[in-house]
Design a binder for this molecule. Structure first.
Ligand code: SER
Length: 311
């Protein structure tokens, strides 16, 4: 039996839903406590309603279940954060502080916290963006992730906190609705391809961004969390590469399965966000330190996305 007791904060979001499923299989349902600000229909137990900003409530749950590891997924994504910058900063930062402090106090042993390609900015080299490079994010989301990375590394160095993190590219999955990200067009497009055979994209045709099929991202997350501590050399956050494509290319991939599919373009404020981010990512550190290797390419992802969404 597993000795780990896991708490997922933000378990009903895009990543949380799929992560919870995988962690339950690995560690046993009773050892994976889900939490979110709202309960879903058919919510799998154990589940607790909690606001990550309520530190006392959070530590109450951690103590009640004798939690050893926390996956902190509650956050506002890039597009939503631009609409509500103060709340985004508050949620993204104070949530992290609460969890980092619990680890510093020895109440929990290990933390997973997601960072993002949004930590990079318009002055970053955009092709094959290195792990260590210029980082001047210009979105609230990116600024909060960049600050969060610095805090993670600081808590690791000063207090020995075992915190692990990945700079996720755009994540694409069929099990949950996307949640306000700039990369989310690449999720909507599959839904619309099946529903109306056409899609109006809020990014321009040649806007390439780093992306990843969700099962790859979940596998990377669990592999990083299970890697021996000494192999996890980077305690800010790891670059993680998967697939890189633009709207035109994903549309072409969909046309291999739905020939009549059409795409049109009507860029909005999210174009500027996308233009400030990398187009592709150099993830050689993750490959070297803990053996990262993505499995899905664009057409492989399109095939499974369309198969599953059409069910
Ligand atoms: N997918 C996220 C977003 O677009 C990036 O981390 O906000």
């Amino acid at each position: 039996m597993s000795t780990e007791r896991i708490l997922i904060i933000g378990s009903n979001g895009q990543i949380g839903l799929e992560l919870a499923e995988n962690l339950r299989l690995k560690y046993g349902s009773e050892n994976v406590v889900c939490s979110d600000v709202r309960k879903m229909e058919n919510q799998i137990e154990p589940f607790e309603i909690v606001d990550v900003l309520d530190k006392d409530a959070l530590s109450g749950i951690v103590k009640k279940y004798e939690i050893t590891q926390v996956y902190l997924l509650a956050a506002l994504l890039s597009a939503t954060a631009e609409k509500n910058p103060k709340f985004a900063w508050d949620l993204n930062m104070n949530g992290l502080f609460h969890v980092l402090d619990m680890a510093k106090e020895g109440i929990i042993k290990k933390i997973y916290w997601p960072s993002s390609i949004a930590v990079f900015g318009p002055t970053t080299p955009r092709l094959n963006t290195p792990q260590y490079t210029v980082m001047e994010p210009n979105t609230i989301y990116g600024i909060s992730k960049q600050a969060g990375e610095r805090y993670c590394e600081y808590y690791h160095q000063k207090y020995g906190v075992d915190v692990r993190s990945i700079r996720y590219p755009g994540l694409i999955g069929w099990k949950s609705a996307p949640g306000g990200g700039t990369t989310d067009y690449a999720v909507h497009i599959y839904h619309e391809a099946l529903k109306s055979k056409s899609y109006e994209c809020f990014l321009s045709a040649n806007t390439a961004l780093p992306m990843m099929y969700m099962p790859d991202a979940i596998r990377a997350t669990i592999e990083l969390m299970e890697a021996p501590a000494e192999n996890v050399k980077i305690r800010s956050s790891y670059n993680l590469g998967g697939i890189s494509f633009n709207p035109e290319e994903i549309a072409a991939s969909i046309r291999k399965y739905i020939p009549e599919f059409t795409i049109s373009y009507n860029p909005d404020f999210r174009q500027a966000i996308a233009d400030s981010w990398p187009q592709s990512i150099d993830d050689s550190e993750a490959r070297k330190d803990w053996g990262w290797n993505p499995a899905y390419d664009l057409d492989g992802m399109t095939k499974v996305m369309l198969e599953n969404l059409s069910k």
